[in-house]
Design a protein. Structure first.
Length: 276
């Protein structure tokens, strides 16, 4: 099985075109995995709907491969709803926590939520651990599939499940886990403020399930700051793909018929040594 993983394209058509060229030049790609933040940051749902209609649908038809994705915190639920309503000819499907079977019954599972951040829209945010408390910033809101805003109260997060609790639904046999947030880690979640902002709950889940591979995005700058785009968590190879608006950050991966990862090549940082 041969796949490409990327994340945080943020509606940048230049990056999408680079991705198309990578697909064309890589040969016989079975799957494209997208790790969230497909769209540009915007205060209006209509901007992301317009991107789907004016660009993304044509892109999906042109690449013509199975595309599996999770949302990111920048993506509006209404835009995700619109993607999920696209006819089968577009070849795109959302990955949920209960998993999707790939070749050789390999299970791919996905999870979009991130720990609370500085943005006002909180559609894909939850407090991380069950014991955490979090008060949202003033004027925070969530939206529905038509983009209507509902401003939230100070106890909003404390009254919802945490990421830790939500991750109980991840398929127990998943071999590839895609989450928008990276796990709390040494190399994968360091932001410009020199803080680790990944999810402790996601790290704990990786250590529990021990998938062969976990794929992440969200903290664009971390690989550049730490000098590492991969880290071993137990026996799991965990990757933060990174992102910038000038160069496509993507990984081309191969998994053999025995389920072993045989190749992981980053478009910016090069080969991953499989014996890490």
């Amino acid at each position: 099985m041969k796949f490409i993983f990327t994340s945080d394209l943020h509606g940048n058509t230049s990056l999408y075109q680079e991705l198309k060229m990578l697909i064309d030049s890589s040969g016989d790609i079975d799957y494209l995995f997208l790790g969230g933040d497909l769209f540009a940051h915007t205060g209006q749902l209509k901007d992301q709907i317009n991107f789907i209609d004016s660009y993304l649908k044509d892109f999906l038809k042109e690449i013509s491969i199975k595309t599996l994705f999770i949302p990111g915190n920048i993506d509006w639920p209404g835009a995700i709803h619109t993607i999920n309503k696209l006819p089968n000819e577009y070849g795109i499907r959302e990955i949920h926590s209960n998993g999707i079977p790939l070749e050789n019954n390999m299970i791919l599972a996905g999870y979009p939520f991130v720990p609370p951040g500085p943005l006002h829209r909180k559609d894909f945010e939850l407090r991380d651990l069950k014991t955490d408390k979090h008060t949202p910033i003033p004027d925070s809101y969530v939206t529905n599939k038509i983009g209507t805003r509902k401003y939230i109260k100070t106890n909003y997060f404390d009254n919802k499940k945490s990421i830790e609790e939500d991750l109980q639904h991840i398929h127990a046999q998943c071999k590839i886990l895609i989450t928008h947030s990276p796990p709390w880690s040494k190399h994968l979640d360091l932001c410009y403020a020199n803080k680790h902002i990944g999810s402790k709950a996601i790290r704990n889940k990786i250590q529990e399930l021990m998938p062969d591979l976990s794929l992440h995005g969200h903290v664009h700058e971390s690989p550049n700051i730490t000098g590492k785009w991969y880290e071993k968590i137990g026996n799991t190879i965990s990757i933060n793909i990174g992102s910038d608006q000038n160069n496509l950050h993507a990984v081309v991966g191969e998994i053999n018929n025995n389920g072993m990862i045989t190749k992981l090549i980053h478009t910016v940082y090069g080969n991953l040594p499989i014996d890490i």
